[in-house]
Design a protein around this ligand. Structure first.
Ligand code: FAD
Length: 407
């Protein structure tokens, strides 16, 4: 019988602890949690409903949702992926429901059922939880590990580190002291502030099919865009913030966002559509005859930006005006100054360098016997249940291998 310490009582920590216990039932498994509560993020996740995973079952496709960790996770998903997650929860009395956008939530629509499931499973399997037990040093002593923290002085056989994303590099110094390389943490998943842009007056407007690029970069986000009272949000923006987490930080969160309001339409198709509209709507005012899937408010706003006055008829639209309109519809530039957290949901890009972790076991290649899982690693996904999926996958593998290694 051996003793396994799981450092951090979050999503990855619980999954790792349960998996370790299932792999080696006689081992003692202890979760050391810094705060007085466990699973705090699970509780508030998905607006209190917990988006546990995504319906994406194809491993290649699934791994493409991770700006950091794609290749590492692609291999790990062969062992535990979204199909396993669904089965895991349903077998333990948490039925799940898939929504049209592929996000999967508990049928109960309440994150509490996920927390109750983890706590119930921990009691059933005999996982011990120690609250207010933060760890700040790990030392190797005669093939074992000495853990210390303000309330902890413990020797264990295996350690699984699941402390989540840390906003500052200093929060990971104690792992760097083990010899691990730490990739500088930066925020991911944020919305764009546009304090100088009048488009904010159209707050609440949603455009379903857009592409947004960042001027001077290759960054691109696709999908619905939401205009907010501070700037822009929605899947297209959140994707950009995730894929561009590091570049956008380097820019001090000041850059130009170039919006294509008609993603479904390329310039040639748009030219044909405008010519047709000039024929079919010739006598109508451009302001009043909107041929695009854009709200009339946004249509008028964009016409203003293109300098097309409200008295002009479609038949009167000259080549220069038409060019300006095409440019506004397909390449509309907005000044971004700063960022805002999306519904308090954020993840951290950066953390323990994946090159130093074995994807098959989640064991450190630098210090044998130490394992990692969850956001503490340089892994992060876009919104849609992908971050929890990474926590379940890596937690499962880390726990299982830590458990087996002691048999
Ligand atoms: C508001 C919000 C909503 C979210 N919603 C979703 C969602 O619906 N779907 C989704 O997929 N993702 C969501 N995410 C992201 C998701 O919550 C995280 O990716 C996930 O929780 C990471 O799991 P983790 O176990 O690695 O870290 P965490 O859940 O952050 O857990 C880490 C734990 O370790 C503890 N800890 C830290 N340092 C120490 C230490 N030194 N010693 C001991 N304990 C320590 C912490 O107190 C914490 O309990 C959301 C994030 C936020 C902030």
């Amino acid at each position: 019988m051996g003793k396994i310490a799981v450092i951090g009582g979050g999503a990855a920590g619980f999954f790792a602890a349960l998996s370790a216990k299932e792999a080696g039932k006689t081992h003692q498994v202890v979760i050391f949690e810094k705060s007085s509560k466990v699973l705090s993020k699970v509780k508030v996740s998905g607006g209190g409903r917990c988006n546990v995973t995504n319906a994406c079952a194809d491993i290649g496709e699934l791994s493409k949702h991770y700006p950091r960790g794609e290749r590492f996770l692609k291999k790990a998903f062969h062992e535990f992926n979204t199909t396993h997650t669904i089965q895991w929860f349903e077998e333990r009395g948490v039925p799940l429901k898939t929504y049209p956008d592929n996000c999967i939530f508990p049928v109960a629509n309440d994150s509490r059922v996920v927390i109750d499931c983890f706590l119930h499973e921990s009691t059933r399997l005999g996982v011990e939880i120690r609250y207010s037990s933060g760890i700040d040093t790990i030392q190797s002593v005669d093939g074992k590990f000495q853990l210390n923290g303000p309330n902890v002085d413990e020797v264990v056989d295996r350690v699984i580190v699941t402390i989540g994303g840390q906003p500052k590099l200093t929060g990971l110094n104690w792992l760097a002291n083990l010899g691990h390389t730490i990739i500088d943490p930066v925020p991911s998943l944020f919305t764009f502030n546009m304090p100088n842009e009048t488009i904010r007056e159209l707050m609440g407007t949603v455009v379903e099919e857009t592409t947004v690029k960042i001027e001077g970069t290759k960054l691109m986000g696709k999908g619905p865009l939401l205009i907010t009272h501070w700037g822009m949000s929605g899947p297209a923006i959140l994707q950009l913030s995730a894929w561009g987490a590091r570049i956008l930080k380097e820019k001090g969160y000041e850059y130009k966002a170039l919006v294509n309001w008609l993603d479904a339409c390329n310039p040639e198709e748009l030219a044909i559509l405008l010519t047709e509209t000039k024929g079919s709507q010739a006598e109508k005012k451009v302001y009043n005859a909107n041929p695009f899937p854009l709200s009339n408010r946004l249509w008028k706003y964009l016409l203003d930006r293109a300098g097309i006055n409200d008295s002009i008829k479609w038949k009167e639209l000259g080549p220069k005006q038409q060019n300006r309109l095409v440019n506004t519809l397909l390449n509309d530039s907005y000044e971004v100054i700063g960022k805002t957290t999306f519904k308090e949901e954020f993840v951290t890009a950066g953390g323990v360098d994946l090159a130093e972790i074995d994807h098959q076991s989640m064991e450190s290649k630098i210090r044998k016997g130490i394992y990692f899982a969850g956001e503490v690693m340089d892994i992060d996904g876009i919104t849609g249940g992908f971050n929890f999926q990474a926590a379940w996958t890596t937690g499962y593998i880390a726990g299982k291998n830590a458990g087996i290694s002691l048999d």
